[in-house]
Design a protein around this ligand. Structure first.
Ligand code: 5GP
Length: 114
């Protein structure tokens, strides 16, 4: 199966503005930011989306959330606040079939989302 754009970023075939990396997670700036700070956090292991992660791989959820906490501190969003979002499937607005967590901040975010 063809690689997604995110797998190509993991493999360094496509450049990205990387802000954080560890053994399991890569985080980089979204190419089309929806807030002054818009980071994508992705597992290096491919899962198509949230609902597709098998039980034996559920540790990826804590890895993503822990990395998001680190990045929020690194980018000084820990005091002002931020939002974490996973878009899953067509109704969720998912466009890239590789599990990813959006971290948005740097402005007040309204609710409910569109
Ligand atoms: P989704 O809509 O699937 O939740 O989010 C996919 C995100 O990936 C979008 O916010 C989109 O702007 C971002 N994106 C798509 N292609 C690229 C790319 O090549 N580089 C970066 N940095 N972000 C991308």
């Amino acid at each position: 199966m063809a690689k997604t754009i995110f797998e190509r970023i993991i493999d360094r075939e496509v450049p990205a503005d990387i802000v954080y990396e560890d053994e399991h997670i890569l985080a980089f700036r979204d190419i089309s930011p929806q807030a002054p700070i818009h980071i994508l956090l992705i597992p290096k292991k491919h899962h198509a989306r949230h609902v597709a992660v098998p039980l034996e791989d559920h540790s990826v959820f804590s890895q993503l959330l822990a990395a998001a906490q680190r990045v929020s501190r690194q980018l000084q969003l820990d005091k002002t606040g931020y939002r974490l979002v996973i878009n899953n499937g067509p109704d969720g607005g998912e466009t890239v079939p590789h599990l990813h967590l959006h971290l948005l901040g740097g402005r007040h975010l309204s609710w409910p989302p569109g």
